[in-house]
Design a protein. Structure first.
Lengths: 258, 258, 258, 258
């Protein structure tokens, strides 16, 4: 299974766990959690990056050689804001990759399908690798894929809710139809959620809150890493279906003295 | 976390994944799966053991030095049959441990609370370590614990159904109240199910069908091992609760140019 | 469908909604709720009945001619207490029907399978019609049925939790196997829960908390009555199965101008 | 509660159950089902209406005086097709109401958020009352509402799947935020599903397949009518929340002889 790599755009990755960097108690805990997770893609809110004083910045705590820094547009309320943020970052030296988040409503931070599509179109034309955060909407996923997005990133449940995968029906269809990697993003609150997404055939998962706010973030990062691997391996090993009647683990041939 | 051991009776275990041995395509695949799973407890149906010709037996494929062979009474339809099976095995040289299964109905193989209790009473008086397979019934668990059972083994869903944990409400209560290890047994059909049981605070899980009938049993055994560890580590690392409103992964302080 | 009656013991009922009488804000609201629900079986905790001063009692608020008063043994912690309560009531003039509840643990009030079985045996021998409140345990249900119980009353979820049906897997099996009426009891917190139980093929449901503590108990009683009927009628009308692919409501023959 | 009416656009309705007309075995069964359902809004696929020969048409089987005939654009694969269908129908004498369905993928018939938005914009400018069928996407719902749509119609699960409400998380948010009626459309396969949608606070539900393909469609229509009413009444009567610990239905004051 050493050849099971994840390819996004022109890059390949061994790890299928992407990490967000919000909410960590300190940069040091963040750095240790990143290491424990074995992640190769770390997403960073552009608003939190001090592009003028990089030496003081959290970015210094992330090893940019082995890890892809994926700027995100968290906080953008419409396409214009998202596009401005992405360009601003590239001008300051960031790579031309962007996790596109457009969330008009601060209460639930759910993605805007229309504005996300609009921003993706502009940014792709502009040479960006675009990874859009979206609702688990199969038709929208096809549109974004046709536009040239590098992945689709449907949500499991609202950001930070820790509710796990509440969009199974649509997620199943998205995975069946997608020609680009499907990264389940948002709502994954426990390693079992990450494992389940991978077992369903998702290509990767993105986790942030569940690790950052755990009592022991570093241990939790390790747990998510193992669960993501477990889910992927189970998917490749071929899970059985479920059954309504019992299947005896041991053949029922009658007892020994019969 | 090196000191996180599972204690059952007078024995301690590093691994929290117990394995059943039914349904494997060959003894060789079974042996490899056992190795890949890192399990230290393997359960074997007494009816399938040829106690008279041990040299030909599947038991030879299991390393009895590092692994506890746990005979089970699969196929017993009432307390008498279960007690006879357990004693028969001990007379033939098996250890005085028994996974107690009493299942009158071959269609669903669900456990009998009354006959299981009766058999447990006799076998405990007889010096056995008894690990009873039961419904996720909190009051029955307390009775069995008070009787002296070494564990309780509530089911997640019917044997071989692969449906995962369908008994969450009662399982949560059982785990909260138990003074002996809680081993979730039956129905765990995917690594995510094992992880979830461990995240809930179960002490261990037992898996058989999902590994034995996977397309690649050995890889699936490895996946279950990782998921079980992930779930345990997440439990120890302190999972956060779920929330009905969004929690921005990145603090929403307004955009950069604001 | 006028001939679709529920038969328990030697009595027949048009309504399939049984009502509990705890927690109502007043006897008057209770009486109105009973009327609105169209119920024909009302269960009353023996401990709350003042058998010496019946004229002051809540029982006066229930029309005993059209409604079966079903005493329950709520609060009994073992078989002996339950048997004493039931006999005490009959001696005071109650009918020889009893809803058998044995709940050793006051925190979750979950039923005790061993003590319930023991009490049922004694009370049936004593001439009682016994309706036992139990976990959704298919094998226990068969034992109680064989003992002569008038119904089995598996729980949907813990009493008063309002969580609905969390025992679907086992409930499905119980309904498939039962030869006596299956009454889903406890945990039904909304009319949709009652409808679901009936759609699954349950013979009746018992509701108390969800009605008694609603903002408007009388309206809620009416809502449960309609939902119970709806679920029953749907069961008889033959529900379709679910499907993983879409089924166009309208045949897709191409558009009008094609 | 006689004043609890549903208002859509400039019309008011007593019934909150909308009916689709596809898949009925005959026009006669359809007509009887419509009557049994008490519906006041019936949706008809424009493609199935023979606008040139109305006397032979299924429309004759629907009482247009008491029932709003709501043409739908089922089969439209993009905005242009949907707009053409709607205009075509109005030119032929249909009212200027339209249930807007844009479904590019015939396998799952899931709605297209971008094309639906585009079509809604055109049709609203054109004077139509637009009721769009969409994914359970809260941000899209707000956009459509701001555009002037008469309702939003988020799906419970894919059309014809009978899976019920698999979009609870988003549906809850949509209902909380909507200023226009929320009609849960698609996937409702049993009366309990309709009741649940109403209990959550949806303003109405639309059902087709579950009634049309039932063994007894007329009885099933009646069952859905009752369940929809039950769910609405329960919503108005104030459902209690759920609880993790038991709430004794009967106060636990100790037994009678204590």
């Amino acid at each position: 299974m050493h050849s099971d790599v994840l390819t996004i755009g022109d890059r390949t990755f061994q790890s299928r766990l992407l990490l967000g960097t919000g909410k960590f108690a300190s940069n040091d805990i963040m750095r240790q959690s990143i290491e424990a997770s074995n992640t190769e893609v770390v997403t960073v809110a552009l608003r939190r990056v001090d592009l003028d004083a990089p030496q003081d910045d959290m970015l210094n705590h992330i090893n940019g050689d082995s890890i892809l820094l994926l700027p995100n547009t968290a906080g953008a309320r419409d396409a214009d804001e998202a596009v401005r943020l992405a360009r601003f970052a590239r001008n300051a030296g960031c790579p031309s990759w962007v996790k596109l988040e457009v969330t008009p409503d601060p209460r639930y931070l759910l993605p805007d399908p229309l504005e996300t599509y609009k921003a993706a179109k502009v940014l792709i034309a502009d040479g960006f690798h675009v990874l859009p955060y979206i609702n688990a909407d199969p038709v929208l996923c096809k549109h974004l894929e046709e536009l040239g997005c590098a992945t689709v990133m449907p949500l499991g449940s609202p950001i930070g809710s820790n509710k796990g995968i509440k969009t199974r029906e649509n997620l199943r269809i998205i995975i069946e139809q997608a020609q680009v990697p499907v990264v389940v993003d948002a709502g994954l609150g426990a390693p079992s959620h990450a494992a389940e997404a991978m077992e369903m055939g998702a290509d990767a998962v993105l986790v942030n809150t569940a690790i950052a706010v755990a009592r022991h973030p570093v241990a939790m990062a390790r747990a998510f890493a193992k669960a993501t691997e477990a889910g992927r391996e189970a998917f490749l090993a071929g899970l059985g279906g479920s059954s309504d009647i019992a299947n005896a683990s041991s053949p029922l041939k009658g007892l020994m003295w019969e």
